[in-house]
Design a protein around this ligand. Structure first.
Ligand SMILES: [Zn+2]
Length: 409
């Protein structure tokens, strides 16, 4: 009986610590009185728990707030550079890694090219090498590392930290943790790439304070991370947001899913590149035809050609915007979001396409929900999912089950 009570007390204490840390994560620097109001904990409990968190190095005092009659209250915040997290975004031919501190501030970022179709074992080896390098560079002790977050372009089981299927990487049913050697003891979190982007946009990006938004990632495929009423929406099987398979043209190209005319067969960056290469071979675009290695034409090359007045490149890009707009109109009708953030490779050519997307949405979506939605390109280029992956261990470790995002296991 006594042992049970001790266990309950420990659990409650940890829960209250998390409530305070999570309130500081969400609200920034605030006073103990504000903490008490937000968490519902008594001023005495707040005083005792914050002293302990200060001793452990998670939080610190930072200046004074405004007086409301008496003395100016001391403000508390998460302590920068006290604890850290590493996030990585895997794609077909690169891995993009960031080191962030407990406040979410990016300390360092590294990109590393990997040969296409490298085995998952080799990728895991390189990943560990990069993590070791970055934590050595900043002399970070292992116990200061809250965890590793991994962003995957595919289906994941975030509860079990498993990769179910990442078709573009050729990975299926993988327990990534088993592949690690030197970081086996560090908490590992696996997140779907679009959901990782949405986590970034919600905490630090352009959707701070917005409860209903959709973050759409456009690259070789198209996927979305959806926030509903302030919570990440995963769906019954954890696969919500597979919007790349919304059919926008019945007689369109065959998609990897077996259907025809899915939006990702007509508006993904991968499709734009394929089409640009075909047009270059046919001599339709003078600028693209002048490339020595037509197979190397990238989305950036198409965007540069369009900006330099190449009509064929402009047409390919704007047409992709039209199909994207049709799919987004359906999303707006269905979810009535406040904001739609277009990310990943889209940010490389947003200046050319965003107006087309908005015009099609205006034409196709229901007027009432369309009037309330703002459509923007992500402000961090294509790095949102990498930072989002790095934020996941912080949210899980300091927010736990009290976190409002409900991304916890
Ligand atoms: Zn499809």
């Amino acid at each position: 009986m006594k042992r049970e009570r001790t266990g309950n007390n420990k659990f409650l204490k940890r829960l209250n610590q998390m409530r305070i840390l999570n309130a500081l994560r969400e609200h920034g620097a605030i006073s103990k009185i504000e903490l008490s109001k937000i968490t519902g904990l008594s001023p005495t409990a707040i005083g005792s728990i914050t002293s302990e968190l200060q001793e452990q190095g998670y939080i610190h005092e930072t200046g004074k707030g405004e007086s409301k009659g008496g003395r100016r209250p001391k403000l508390l915040e998460l302590k920068p550079r006290s604890f850290y997290s590493v996030g990585v975004d895997f794609d077909v031919d690169y891995m993009d890694l960031v080191l962030v501190d407990i406040t979410g501030q990016v300390i360092d970022q590294i990109s590393h090219k990997v040969p296409k179709w490298d085995s998952v074992e080799k990728v895991a080896e390189k990943f560990e090498l990069m993590v070791a390098q970055v934590i050595d560079k900043y002399s970070i002790q292992r116990q200061k590392l809250l965890g590793l977050g991994v962003s995957i372009p595919g289906l994941v089981d975030s509860n079990r930290a498993e990769i179910i299927m990442a078709p573009n990487l050729g990975w299926k049913n993988i327990n990534f943790k088993y592949l690690l050697n030197q970081f086996k003891d560090v908490p590992l979190y696996i997140e779907n790439e679009a959901m990782a982007s949405a986590i970034y946009e919600s905490w630090l990006g352009s959707c701070r304070g917005i409860e209903n938004f959709v973050c759409i990632n456009i690259k070789s495929g198209i996927g979305a991370g959806i926030f509903i009423n302030g919570k990440l929406y995963r769906g019954v099987s954890g696969t919500a947001g597979e919007i790349g398979h919304i059919v926008v043209y019945e007689n369109g190209p065959r998609c990897g899913c077996g259907n025809y005319g899915c939006v990702e067969t007509l508006a993904s960056a991968g499709y734009i590149e394929q089409r640009a290469r075909k047009m270059a071979r046919q001599g339709v675009s003078i600028k693209l035809s002048s490339f020595k290695d037509i197979d190397s034409i990238s989305i950036d090359d198409v965007a540069v050609a369009a900006r330099n007045g190449d009509e064929a490149s402009t047409n390919i890009l704007k047409e992709s915007g039209k199909y994207l707009g049709i799919a987004i109109a359906s999303i707006i009708n269905m979810l009535n979001p406040k904001k739609i953030v277009l990310g990943k490779k889209f940010t490389r050519y947003a200046d050319i396409v965003l107006d087309t997307v908005k015009a099609v949405v205006e034409c196709k979506a229901l007027k009432f929900p369309a009037a309330d939605v703002e459509i923007v390109a992500s402000e961090v280029g294509d790095r949102a999912s990498t930072i989002g992956a790095a934020l996941t261990p912080i949210i899980e470790r300091i927010g736990g089950h009290s976190c409002t995002w409900n991304i916890c296991s």
